[in-house]
Design a protein around this ligand. Structure first.
Ligand code: ADP
Ligand code: MG
Length: 655
């Protein structure tokens, strides 16, 4: 027996026990090696005429034997002679594939350079090898991942055209043996004897048709050689000719060779070459949705960093989108092999609902192929992905309003949260995507449409936040603003007010909550009139403020109210709506808005208050102030501090 070198032993131990977080990738690694081996033979056949090969010969086989606890991966690839076995499998971290790839790249470059210098562009582009080979291996460690699940690995291999076969055997601990062997055709069989089950570790799933198929589909679905498995199927037996009327169909089981992987990655194909039907099917099976996607985005980038991207905007929100377990991310492939199921870095939070695939053979993977070494590459792709999604949404908004409104119903909230949580940084781009209900138009409008429809003299964008558009439509301040001829956006999601507050303005127009004072609404003369009226009745307002105590910051004449006798507004950054929402969150009862009770000086009630004050009836002033305040709270949808006292006041008035 050849023993592994000491360093190799340590490395092997590290490999098996800590490099990978996920044991099941062993199959991906063995299939990748099989694919590489077939690529190499195919490549050789292009120049070596003694190799008679059609691409159809190149298949990868997977089989298992439950009793013997073995899983076998077979290929018809280049195979290994004794020396190659020694070099490739006896030395850990030696990658023949890496060398092959480098040599090939050099050859290609030479060919291209030569063609270029001869001015023969067609030949440079027509290098048959370019697309033919897609070598996956590079670190020279993937093979050893087999020892995560196997107590013994045997490799039986015969190079193409050779008469000698060899068998390499190892337990993955001490060393290995290489001995002459018998093998019919060329290529390599890798035979794993699985470990015994132990505690939580159950290897039996790798000894089932379903378990193996599932792994192939998940990790190696797009390897470009057919991965075949003998599967058991059931069929109806032919009906005997002499069958009577009471004949019941009989079934029999039979075995059939099935290709498990789908090979051509749909994301590598141009959008014009793929039917909507194919995209729909791919989306539904890959991302476990039962409805067709709303939009498909396909991107092909070429250059120093080449990649293909296929994105889907779902047509309904996944049920767990708002649960804290929801994980955003795109599937990341490198050379058609799955690297990460949900690569979070590829999607910004505000587009977390997008599903899809990114594939690039230029990624510098780390050794376990579970993460990348250079995040710059990912960032570049992520930026492109984000831009494409933004563009697609803008296009949908412009050309297909109905679809967009459905999209907005599903995912509008996510985008608003995106503006809020990024402190308004993306408001210029994401702001274009916002839709709100217009009180004037009675339909959803964009901020641009709102601004477009603003009458001359209107300086700000007005909105009201609350429970429902019906209730908001009845709010005194909403009516007052509408009365001016200005539209009001009626916002009914909890995030709306926060979103607008972080944005502060859009296209240089301030965003103003109508429930906050200072609406920039009234003409200068209205303002002065209100200020004068407040000053004239200073005694009354001081008495009213005293009656309410800490509940309000001040009482003043409103310059905008038309029908209602009074309303509440908020001074400062915290609106009444925000206070309401924060009250529903844990540990936030400290957050209080600074309330102002605004009185309509044109309302008959004001005359009643004034005469009570003039008559020195302090009790009446207090009672009526309480009534007005509570009434304003009710209209705002805020709770009354003491409903019983309020009811008694009302009764007193009736008597
Ligand atoms: P990598 O694939 O990154 O090169 P591996 O540890 O997976 O590293 O494999 C090491 C080397 O063993 C490969 O580079 C290749 O030369 C050789 N090898 C592994 N599996 C096969 C196979 N099925 N057929 C031929 N050669 C193989
Ligand atoms: Mg490999």
């Amino acid at each position: 027996m050849q023993t592994f070198k000491t360093e190799s032993k340590k490395l092997l131990d590290l490999m098996i026990n800590s490099i990978y977080t996920n044991k099941e990738i062993f199959l991906r690694e063995l299939i990748s090696n099989a694919s590489d081996a077939e690529d190499k033979l195919y490549f050789k056949s292009l120049t070596d005429k003694s190799i008679e090969l059609s691409r159809n010969d190149l298949t990868i086989g997977i089989s298992f034997d439950k009793d013997a606890r073995t899983v076998t991966v077979s290929d018809h690839g280049i195979g290994m002679d004794r020396d190659a076995l020694e070099k490739n499998l006896g030395t850990i971290a030696h990658s023949d594939s890496q060398e092959f790839k480098a040599a090939q790249a050099a050859a290609e470059k030479a060919q291209t350079d030569q063609a270029a210098s001869e001015g023969d562009k067609a030949a440079a582009e027509g290098t048959a090898t370019k697309d033919a080979v897609d070598i996956i291996g590079q670190f020279g460690v993937g093979f050893y991942s087999a020892f995560m699940v196997a107590k013994e690995v045997r490799v039986v291999t015969k190079p193409y055209g050779s008469k000698e076969a060899w068998e390499w055997t190892s337990d993955g601990v001490e060393g290995y043996t290489i001995e002459p062997a018998e093998k019919e055709g060329f290529g390599t069989d890798v035979i794993l004897t699985l470990k015994d089950n132990e505690g939580d570790e159950n290897y039996d799933t790798y000894l089932t048709e379903y378990g193996l198929k599932d792994l192939v589909k998940r990790y190696s679905n797009y390897v470009h050689y057919p991965i075949q498995m003998m599967v058991t199927k059931s069929r109806q037996k032919p009906k005997p000719e002499d069958a009577g009327d009471d004949y019941k169909p009989e079934y029999e089981q039979y075995e059939e060779l099935e290709t498990v992987n789908s090979m051509t990655p749909i994301w590598k194909r141009r959008k014009s070459e793929v039917s909507q039907e194919e995209y729909n099917e791919f989306y539904k099976s890959q991302f476990h949705d039962y409805t067709d996607p709303a939009r498909v985005i396909s991107v092909h980038a070429e250059g120093a960093l080449s990649y293909d991207v296929l994105l889907f905007i779902p047509s309904r929100a996944p049920f767990d989108l708002w649960s804290k377990d929801y994980k955003k991310g795109l599937e990341l492939y490198s050379s058609n092999v799955l690297i990460m199921e949900k690569c979070e870095d590829l999607l910004p939070d505000y587009f977390n609902f997008v599903r899809g695939v990114v594939d690039s053979q230029d990624l510098s993977l780390n050794i376990s192929r579970e993460t990348l070494q250079q995040n710059g590459q990912l960032r570049a792709i992520a930026r492109h992905v984000e831009k494409k999604i933004q563009q697609e949404l803008e296009k949908m908004l412009k050309n297909d309003r109905e679809d967009y409104e459905k999209f907005w119903d599903n995912f509008g909230r996510t985008i608003k949260y995106g503006i809020y949580t990024s402190y308004g940084m993306n408001k210029d781009t994401l702001g274009k995507l916002l839709l709100f209900y217009s009180a004037k138009e009675q339909k959803m409008v964009t901020l641009a449409e709102y601004i477009e429809a603003m009458p001359e003299g209107q300086k700000a964008i007005y909105y009201a936040a609350g429970e429902s558009t019906e209730k908001l439509g009845k709010m005194p301040m909403v009516k007052a603003v509408l009365g001016k001829g200005y539209d009001v956006l009626l916002c009914t999601q909890d995030v709306d007010d926060f979103c607008f507050q972080t944005m502060q303005n859009y296209e240089e127009k301030d965003l103003k909550n109508v429930a906050n004072g200072d609406l920039d609404l009234e003409s200068e003369s209205d303002k002065t009139a209100a200020e004068e009226a407040t000053k004239e009745n200073e005694g009354l307002f001081t008495a009213m403020k005293d009656a309410l105590g800490d509940k309000v910051k001040r009482v003043a004449v409103s310059s905008v109210l038309t029908d209602a006798p009074a309303c509440l507004t908020a001074d400062g950054p915290i609106s009444l709506e925000m206070e309401k929402i924060m009250a529903g969150m844990p540990d936030s009862d400290q957050v209080k808005s600074e309330r102002v009770l605004e009185i309509n000086a044109k309302h008959p009630v004001f005359e009643v208050l004034k005469s009570a004050q003039a008559a020195g009836d302090a009790e009446k002033v207090k009672d009526y102030t309480d009534l007005l305040y509570n009434q304003a709270l009710l209209v705002e949808g805020l709770p009354i501090d003491d409903p019983v006292a309020f009811a008694q006041e009302v009764c007193k008035l009736m008597k």
